[in-house]
Design a binder for this molecule. Structure first.
Ligand code: TYM
Length: 324
C-alpha cells in the first residue's frame, strides 16, 4: 500500500498539522511505502519572499525529520524537484470543469481573505490531484480540511480513466479518528491555522514559556466541568482532544481523569504534556539545521526516487492522451 501526503513549507509546523497529518505519517511509515513531498509550488499561490523561500523549504525538511519522518523508510522530497507534478497538473486542467474549482470551500475562503486571487489559488486542488495520482497512491492521510480536495482527486482519476482508459488508481483519504480538525486556541469555532495569528496556534517548536502562556490563555467555555461536548464546550473539547491524543488514551479516559479538576489545573496538565512532547523536537530540529548537507542529500535522494515513479506514470499519460 502506497501512502502520499504533502505539507506546505511556510510557517512552522503547528499542532493541527502534527495531529491531523504528520504524527500519522510517522506511524504509517513503519507499515506502508510512504512519500512525503514538501509542496513548495502550492505555497507560491501566496506571495513569498524569493530570498528566503528556499531556506524555508530546507527548514521544513529539518522539522519533518525532527518530528520523526524516517529518511531510511520514507521518501521525503521537494515537489518542484519532480517536474512531472506540473506537467500532469496541466493535463488535468484540460479535463477539470472550472465550476468544480469555483465551488471549493478553501478557494472561496482564501480568495475572500486575499487581495491576490491568482489562477494558482484556484488551480491548487488540481496540482494536489497531480501530486497524489502521479504515484498511484492508495492512501492519503490528511486533516479534515482536505476532504473536498481529495474528492476532486478521486473524481479526476475517474474522469481521466473514463476518457482515456484505466490509468489511475482512485486513492482513499485517511482521516484521523480524533485530531482531524484541531481548533484554534483563540476561537475554538475555527480550525487551528497559521493564517489566524500566533495566539491561535501552537508551533511544534515553540518555546516553553510561550506554550504555557498560550494554553493558559486558550479560550474556554462557560461552566467549570471538564467535559467533552464539541457543540456546547468547543474550547474544552479541543483541549481534551489534544491531551488524549498526546497521552495515547481515549477522550473518555481523559475526561474521567479530570472529572474533579478545574479549568486552570486542567490547562496546566495540557501545557505540561505538550511541553514534554515537543521538547525533544526542538533539540532535534536545531541539530538538523546545523547539518544542512545531510538534509540536502536526503531531499536529493528522495527527489530521485520520486522521479523514477513519476516518470513511469507520465510516459503512460503522454501516450494515453496522444502526446507521444
Ligand atoms: P498544509 O501545509 O496546509 O497542511 C498540512 C496538513 O495539516 C493538516 N491540517 C490540520 N489537521 C487537523 N487540524 C488542523 N487544524 C489542521 N490544519 C492543517 C492538513 O489537512 C494537511 O493534511 N493541501 C495540503 C498540501 C498538499 C497535499 C498534497 C496533501 C499538497 N499536495 C497531496 C496531501 C496530498 C495542505 O493543506 O497543506
Amino acid at each position: 500500500m502506497r501512502v502520499l501526503s504533502g505539507i506546505q513549507p511556510t510557517g512552522e509546523i503547528h499542532l493541527g498539522n502534527y495531529l491531523g497529518a504528520v504524527k500519522r505519517w510517522v506511524e504509517l511509515q513503519n507499515t506502508h511505502e510512504c512519500l512525503f513531498p514538501i509542496v513548495d509550488l502550492h505555497a507560491l499561490t501566496q506571495s513569498q519572499n524569493p530570498k528566503t523561500f528556499r531556506s524555508q523549504v530546507m527548514e521544513k525538511a529539518a522539522e519533518l525529520l525532527a518530528l520523526g519522518v524516517n529518511p531510511e523508510t520514507s521518501v521525503l522530497f521537494i515537489q518542484s524537484s519532480v517536474r512531472e507534478h506540473t506537467e500532469l497538473a496541466w493535463i488535468f486542467n484540460t479535463i477539470t470543469p472550472v465550476g468544480e474549482l469555483e465551488r471549493m470551500t478553501q478557494f472561496k475562503d482564501k480568495s475572500a481573505k486575499s487581495k491576490n486571487i491568482n489562477m494558482g489559488l484556484m488551480d491548487y486542488p488540481v496540482l494536489m490531484a497531480a501530486d497524489i495520482l502521479l504515484y498511484q497512491t492508495d492512501l492519503v492521510p490528511v486533516g479534515q480540511d482536505q476532504t473536498q480536495h481529495l474528492e476532486l482527486t478521486r473524481e479526476t482519476a475517474r474522469r481521466f480513466n473514463s476518457l482515456y482508459g484505466k490509468t489511475f488508481k482512485e486513492p482513499k483519504g485517511l482521516l484521523a479518528k480524533e485530531g482531524a480538525k484541531i481548533m484554534s486556541l483563540k476561537d475554538p469555532s475555527k480550525k487551528m491555522s497559521k493564517s489566524d495569528g500566533p495566539s491561535s496556534y501552537l508551533s511544534m517548536f515553540e518555546d516553553a514559556l510561550s506554550v504555557k502562556k498560550k494554553v493558559m490563555a486558550a479560550v474556554t467555555d462557560t461552566g467549570k466541568n471538564i467535559q467533552y461536548d464539541p457543540n456546547k464546550k468547543p474550547g474544552i473539547s479541543n483541549l481534551l482532544t489534544i491531551y488524549a491524543i498526546l497521552k495515547g488514551v481515549s477522550i473518555l479516559k481523559a475526561e474521567s481523569q479530570f472529572a474533579d479538576a478545574d479549568y486552570s489545573s486542567f490547562k496546566k496538565a495540557v501545557a505540561d504534556l505538550l511541553l514534554t512532547t515537543i521538547e525533544p523536537f526542538a533539540k532535534k530540529k536545531q541539530e538538523l539545521l546545523s547539518r544542512e548537507l545531510y538534509v540536502q542529500e536526503i531531499l536529493e535522494r528522495g527527489g530521485q526516487h520520486a522521479s523514477s515513479i513519476a516518470q513511469g506514470t507520465m510516459q503512460n499519460v503522454r501516450s494515453k492522451v496522444g502526446l507521444s
